[in-house]
Design a protein around this ligand. Sequence first.
Ligand code: PEP
Ligand code: MN
Length: 339
Amino acid sequence: MIIVMKAQAGEDEIQNVVRMVEQLDYRAHVIRGVERTVVACVGDERGEVHQLQHMESVGGVERVMPVLRSFKLSSREVRPEGSRIVVNGVEIGGRRLTVIAGPCAVESATQVEDAAMAVKRAGAHMLRGGAFKPRTSPYSFQGMEDAGLDLLEAAGRKAGLPVVTEIMDPHDIDLVVAHCDMLQVGARNAQNFSLLRRLGKIAKPVLLKRGMSTRLEEFVMAAEYILSEGNPNVILCERGIRTFETATRNTLDLSAVPLLKEWTHLPVIVDPSHGTGIWSLVMPMALAAVAAGADGLLIEVHPNPEQALSDGPQQLKPKRFADLMTALKPVAEAVNRSL
Ligand code: PEP
Ligand code: MN
């Protein structure tokens, strides 16, 4: 159920409602929209639902209504205008698109710094780079780990870009939080519920990727694990799913973008690098993603993709990334977005 507060409801009335909801054994999540505040009540709805309904008579309450979707906190019903999430000064989910770019993995100080400076020059808003890499084979490069985090942080600082990196192990959360502005949950951990719950307790935004075989409802429920632990700052990332098609690394499901935006208030970005696995397809699918309503893009860029220690075939050279940013502008404007 959600309790919609009156536009003029005061903070004392909101806190009073929260207290009353908690006394009924529900968890209360206060969601502050531009026009009004909503108190989302999460709990076992077989019990005291009628008591929540009675809260319509409490001071400051406008109405009490059920959330029809299974995803209670991410449902667009609770925040019709959509969420804007700020990552160290960079907003995701506003009118301006957010472009996150950088290498698949941090490989050396010069590699990540060159990538950072190049993507910054081309107009990217955030830097990515993996320090802990989830590789199919245990014999492949696993990432620079702690040293990679230091290099990523330094490169981001030098370029003036917030940084995002993947978190794989709950034991590394404190370390990664100390070095990065946003934590990425990769496709292989999209339903690692204990990791998701732990990320619900941190104070930094989480970029949640879709699992390679998760349905959209499962994807949103994964986000719900993070939200329900108290972290409201979750960004969804469509990165392709596994289908019978083998010509591309994954099948980029762009219909996910408008559907997720219809269902949820969370920002949605698209990763055409992992979504296709082929550098020449990254630009056309990036343009299509923006046309479909994505709030941003995640693009792999490497100063020298032929030498990359992971995902070489899908990484863009800096010049091609700059061309992509140029091509993006008119498409963004056509759908009333800016870069
Ligand atoms: C990545 O972003 O480098 C990555 C490993 O992505 P995914 O989890 O989508 O495969
Ligand atoms: Mn990669």
